[in-house]
Design a protein around this ligand. Structure first.
Ligand code: MTE
Length: 326
């Protein structure tokens, strides 16, 4: 699979300046509301002119203190991050989500946390935004199809949310369920995947500090096409583990079956750790194309074990056969 990408560059300096301004705003912004979302849906989007959902003071987070959360790689331009997407609820082409996701209504929103927990609960978006300090984390995200991006996400560790529900001793896995509303998401009328989009993690993976619940990127509200209003980012796994527009988190005893596993178990294993030594049946995983780094003729980069996060997460898989548990 090879695609050309729009390469309007957002220079790093422009982003840096904007981030400084956002930080200053945050310093005096207690109680600021989510007005940034107002009118968001009204405007159309296109792949070449990406409408930005806007700033939100709550997201102007400090740099992360989590070990290994910041990579020094060049950032992928905002225009590419928000116009080259996989979000099958809005179509299967990379340009579909940016064009179609304006029908998604990211407010009001709530998630429920249920299953093997002492305190099942429903949490509204406003409460979620205040639940833990926002952090900015620059993560690599590598798609199983062989492309990758480097994105400054804003959010906090998923563990902050899960702990609130007090998982019990039977909670061995976590299942994530995305919204599947045909009124907002035209793609769910097709049978390309079994809806709703479901993904899963082992409980220790879900509780790992690197596992991020993201509410924004580039210091701004998440664009709909990137999974507004909240999505997972699991930086050492292939991108499909990072479920978008989540409405339910279920703590369960048995390993959940993800939508991708159901569609092709031989291609999409439960673990899906980025592993250059284990090829996908259709794509080599030994190298990747960094989106925004020039065109199709730019040399591919070697893919790193666990996407470069081996020092942080390798221990989670000690003693496991990573070819069998792909
Ligand atoms: N989540 C939902 N609900 N639906 C999807 O189709 N696609 C996944 C993942 N999360 C997907 C999803 C895949 S295949 C990838 S590579 C990443 O989202 C892409 O995230 P991005 O578009 O923000 O780069």
């Amino acid at each position: 699979m090879a695609h050309a990408t729009p390469s309007e560059i957002t220079p790093q300096q422009v982003y840096q300046q904007r981030r400084d301004v956002l930080r200053q705003m945050a310093a005096g912004a207690a109680g600021v509301t989510l007005s940034a979302w107002t009118g968001q849906e009204a405007l159309a989007q296109s792949a070449s002119v990406v409408k930005r959902p806007g700033k939100l003071a709550a997201l102007a987070g400090a740099r992360s203190t989590v070990s290994g959360a910041q990579v020094a790689d060049k950032l992928t331009p905002y225009e590419d991050v928000s116009s080259y997407n996989n979000f099958y609820e809005f179509g299967t082409d990379k340009s579909d989500p940016a064009q179609a996701a304006h029908t998604l209504k990211p407010r009001p929103w709530a998630i429920s946390i249920e299953g093997e927990v002492g305190k099942p609960q429903k949490l509204g978006l406003e409460d979620l935004l205040k639940l833990a300090p926002m952090e900015e984390r620059i993560y690599r995200l590598r798609c199983v199809e062989g492309w990758s991006m480097v994105i400054p996400w804003v959010g906090y560790s998923l563990s902050s949310i899960i702990k609130r529900a007090e998982p019990n001793s039977r909670a061995k896995y976590v299942e994530f369920v995305s919204l599947a509303d045909p009124k907002q998401m035209p793609g769910v009328r097709s049978s390309v995947l079994d809806w709703p989009y479901v993904e899963g993690l082992r409980i220790d993976e879900a509780m790992h500090p690197l596992t991020l619940m993201a509410f924004g990127l580039y210091g701004e509200v998440l664009p709909n096409q990137n999974g507004a209003p909240l999505r997972l980012v699991v930086p050492w796994k292939y991108g499909f583990k990072s479920a978008k527009s989540i409405v339910k988190i279920r703590l369960v005893e048995k390993q959940p079956k993800s939508s991708w596993e159901k569609s092709a178990a031989s291609e999409y294993g439960f673990y899906s750790n980025v592993n250059p030594k284990v090829d996908h049946p259709r794509w080599s995983q030994s190298s990747e194309r960094r989106i925004g780094d020039g065109g199709l003729f730019t040399p591919r980069k070697p893919t790193l074990m666990f996407n470069g996060y081996e020092a942080q997460v390798g221990q989670l898989y000690a003693g496991m056969d990573l070819k069998k548990n792909y």
